[in-house]
Write a protein that binds this ligand. Sequence first.
Ligand code: RIB
Ligand code: CA
Length: 314
Amino acid sequence: MAEPRKIIIDTDPGQDDAAAIMLALASPKELEILGLTTVAGNVPLSLTSRNARIVLELCSRPDVKVFAGAERPVARPLVTAEHVHGKTGLDGPELHEPQMPLQSEHAVDFIIATLMREPPGTVTLCTLGPLTNIALALEKAPQIAGRVQELVMMGGGFFEGGNITPAAEFNLYVDPEAAHAVFRSGMPIVMMPLDVTHKVMTLRRRVEALRAIGNRPALALIAMLNFFERFDVEKYGSDGAPLHDPTVIAYLLKPGLFSGRDCNVEVETQSPLTAGMTVVDWWRVTGRKPNAKVMRDIDAEGFFALLGERLARL
Ligand code: RIB
Ligand code: CA
């Protein structure tokens, strides 16, 4: 059995972030979580840092360290998404205030220190929110770009368009300058855009299948998803909502669930109309060098089977 893959999860919980964190916690043979770093996104930093600790305690894992990061994007005011995630960012279940502490080290310093300490190419960054912390780490220590094994990110969209604006997906819309820096950094990127996540809908039958698991994390997650999906159900008239963030962790566990191709991706930062848009050269018409493995398809049934099988282990 290979050694577990070392990961840092950078996150703005967020109900779908919670599902991703639970999936990672339920997979210790494959994944060693070196720490969670929080970023402002769905809700302000104080709440994303609270919520990350709540999810860890829900899964009886207060040993996992949480480092608070950026409280606002690198060059813009913060835009949040309480309309989707509720005022706490984790609305749905009755939740307790976390007992476990936040680490005193800043998330950006933790990311840099970890990448500089661990052998090159042995740490994977899993980003579930705006890329602010990663961009700040690159600015402070550009040499980390060559030491990252992979950056697997939920963000962007191409054939599917945007979700917060017609052109941009939320994580990249919040901090386009950070995303631009990350895509230009040269680090190996795997991109999980809306083109993938809009194919993993929390259909009623899928949520009910999770209910059968019956443990505390699964029941809390169901209450979170029931709250979280109402916005998308209203907007798209769909059965359920896209379960965005766990696709990042599922990729590490079962990459065969996904298909995509190496493409050049550029991020719009100038236009007020399309700021945060990911311009994916899927048909290779620009001649620009591919800088990301862009996923476009997923085996949705296989994804939910994996999620359910792992949640049952918590
Ligand atoms: O656009 C979806 C992304 O924005 C997800 O990461 C969700 O948690 C929100 O952060
Ligand atoms: Ca998120």
